[in-house]
Design a protein around this ligand. Structure first.
Ligand code: 5GP
Ligand code: MG
Length: 179
């Protein structure tokens, strides 16, 4: 599989995102909500990068998904794992691996607003070209990529390849016969 973003590319991207988030935070309490399962290595590295800015940081997770194999199903399912928060105390940033149609993030933003979150922003590692279906843009985006199906650094294909340390384009021979 072709490497699209190397480990050192990812490190640079994460440092840039952390600096941008820290610059906008203004000392307020940050609650990062990672979308499982794909956010994991990204969110871990982002937190480590943010730790040098000494921000009041809280971490939580939600499961959310819309993909089946290599296609968006068009329906988003959201879990109910989040703890209870006094939402107005927090600047919430939802952290996801990749923005494709935008349905997942826009549904999760709406979900958190229904829970009472006031300040909600979104941060994605990657944004795919050409498939946005909603009037919605992530506030922080690590890198724009072409319309490929990518795996690695938390991103899976049918629960495989999340462990790869870099981002790779899934080659056709990998999905033939396994859909
Ligand atoms: P959206 O709701 O924006 O269409 O899709 C976002 C979700 O779909 C991501 O959180 C991710 O789980 C999945 N997804 C979208 N594109 C890709 C991709 O290229 N590779 C993988 N592994 N997952 C993707
Ligand atoms: Mg996801």
């Amino acid at each position: 599989m072709k490497v699209l973003l190397s480990e050192s590319d990812l490190k640079n991207i994460v440092s840039r995102l952390a600096a941008a988030i820290a610059a906008d935070c203004g000392g307020r309490r940050l609650l990062l909500v990672g979308l499982l399962k794909g956010c994991q290595p990204f969110l871990g590295d982002l937190c480590r990068a943010l730790s040098s800015y000494n921000l009041p940081l809280t971490l939580d997770y939600l499961s959310a998904g819309s993909y089946v194999g290599t296609q968006s199903s068009g329906r988003v399912t959201i879990g109910d794992q989040l703890s209870a928060y006094n939402w107005p105390d927090y600047e919430v940033i939802i952290v996801d691996d990749i923005f494709d149609t935008g349905l997942t993030l826009s549904e999760v933003v709406a979900h958190l607003r229904r829970q009472g979150a006031v300040a909600v922003r979104t941060c994605v590692l990657l944004r795919k070209a050409g498939s946005t279906r909603v009037e919605f843009k992530p506030d922080y985006c690590g890198a724009d990529i072409g319309n490929h199906f990518v795996v690695g650094y938390g991103l899976d294909f049918n629960e495989r390849y999340r462990e790869l340390p870099d981002i790779r384009v899934l080659s056709e021979e990998h999905y033939q016969g396994s859909k």
